[in-house]
Design a protein around this ligand. Structure first.
Ligand SMILES: NC(=O)c1ccc[n+]([C@@H]2O[C@H](COP(=O)([O-])OP(=O)(O)OC[C@H]3O[C@@H](n4cnc5c(N)ncnc54)[C@H](OP(=O)(O)O)[C@@H]3O)[C@@H](O)[C@H]2O)c1
Length: 376
């Protein structure tokens, strides 16, 4: 079956008036504090480390008692919580035709999930679908739609629900980048990037998330970026959209404490060797071409999947990604902006990352190879 095509004109319904939107549906935030999620565990750990060091330094508490006591409280919390939840049900992945999204499709299928794969490139969606069906025997439904157009997220949701699907796991992976000077970037690119990376991501989360709340279970994986921690000369608009994703997802995880059973995880990758780099014209940026920090999409997808299973609100794809994020939070503004400028510096032909693999049919060969290995 060829991919279903969803356009913004399908079943959009009437737009409400601006007055209805301005005055619409204010609900009340229901804060919940006493939850042993990863944020509260970090908070407890921080308070314990602070209290222990203060007691040792200023109140003469013997270190040989204070440190093991603090460790005895912190370590079990950090090792065993948040409690892992078993992922179940149908998975919808946007940006499934390549890169991290395609790798997540293979991981979810391997774990036994049926899939809805969303992207624009019908041929590549079909390739991922064929790979999944041949290797894992799961049912795959593909939808070709352009999520950078206004209203596209709503159309996708209406189409999926009209077809009778119940989405238990939502992966928001589709995004577009753009390297270059802000004032030189095409205005249309800015519009498309913000609609795709921000608006569609938030709307899909709202629409599918509401249904998850009604059912009392659901998982959402937001693919963010280490760029969400930095103001980046040379990749300004893209990283600004990732600030949106980071902030949106962090706050959402706190709101979702009121709804046990719903998990929201944000995946923070560093630079990854995918088509994204080519599309964003970033192959010759220092961070891609010369830093040696470029990550494998399969490893990044695995980190995201594991984080979601563990119910974490944020997960880093590598130590490098975690360190860069920490640096960008604690370093003075002058250091942060200088480092970010260096990372995005153009290498002007001196070095470039090698062209990432475009064709998911090639990935299929690799999956087949693995099947052969297993059979031996
Ligand atoms: N690669 C990196 O260095 C890096 C670093 C940090 C974070 N990330 C994030 O990781 C996520 C996945 O990126 P990736 O590295 O895997 O790049 P990728 O291989 O380029 O994948 C992007 C996916 O988004 C889809 N997409 C792009 N524009 C779309 C549109 N208008 N409508 C619907 N789908 C669209 C693409 O499919 P079609 O072409 O079929 O539309 C593709 O499947 C993104 O959120 C990105 O911001 C990437």
């Amino acid at each position: 079956m060829s991919p279903a095509r969803v356009g913004v004109e399908d079943g959009a319904g009437q737009q409400p008036s601006h007055k209805a939107i301005d005055n619409g549906n204010l609900t009340i935030f229901k804060p919940k504090w006493l939850v042993l999620d990863d944020l509260n565990i970090d908070l407890i750990s921080f308070v314990m480390v602070l209290a222990t060091s203060t007691s040792i330094l200023f109140f003469d508490l013997p270190a040989r008692i204070a440190i093991p006591a603090a460790a005895a409280l912190i370590l079990p919390l950090r090792l065993f919580l948040p409690r892992p939840k078993t992922l179940q049900g149908l998975v919808l992945i946007t940006g499934a035709s390549s890169g991290i999204g395609a790798e997540l499709s293979y991981i979810f299928a391997e774990k036994g999930h049926d899939l809805i794969l969303v992207g624009r490139d019908e041929e590549q969606l079909e390739a991922v679908k064929n790979n999944v069906e041949k290797k894992y025997g799961k049912t795959v439904y593909t939808i070709s739609t352009d999520l950078s157009l206004p209203g596209a997220a709503k159309q996708l949701y209406y189409h999926v629900t009209k077809e009778g699907f119940t989405v238990d796991v939502l992966v928001n992976g589709a995004a577009l980048g753009g390297a270059g000077d802000t004032l030189e970037q095409p205005i249309e690119l800015t519009e498309r990037m913000t609609t795709l990376n921000c608006t569609s991501l938030a709307q899909l989360t709202q629409l599918f998330g509401r249904d998850m709340i009604k059912r009392g279970r659901g998982w959402m994986l937001q693919i963010s970026s280490v760029g969400g921690w930095m103001a980046s000369p040379g990749q300004n608009i893209y990283h600004a959209t990732k600030h949106y994703v980071r902030s949106f997802s962090e706050a959402l995880s706190i709101e979702l404490r009121a709804y046990p059973g719903i998990v929201n995880t944000q995946l923070m990758p560093g630079p990854v060797h995918t088509q994204f780099v080519t599309r964003a014209h970033a192959k010759e940026r220092f961070i891609m071409g010369a830093s040696g920090a470029v990550e494998d999409p399969k490893a990044v997808a695995t980190a995201g999947y594991n984080g979601l299973c563990k119910g974490k609100s944020m997960v880093f794809s590598s130590w490098n990604a975690a360190f860069t994020s920490l640096l960008m939070q604690v370093a003075p503004r002058s250091v942060r902006l200088t480092v970010a400028s260096l990372m995005n510096a153009p290498l002007r032909g001196k070095a470039r990352v090698k062209e990432p693999e475009k064709d998911q049919n090639v990935r299929g060969e690799d999956l087949k190879g693995r099947r052969g290995d297993e059979a031996e």
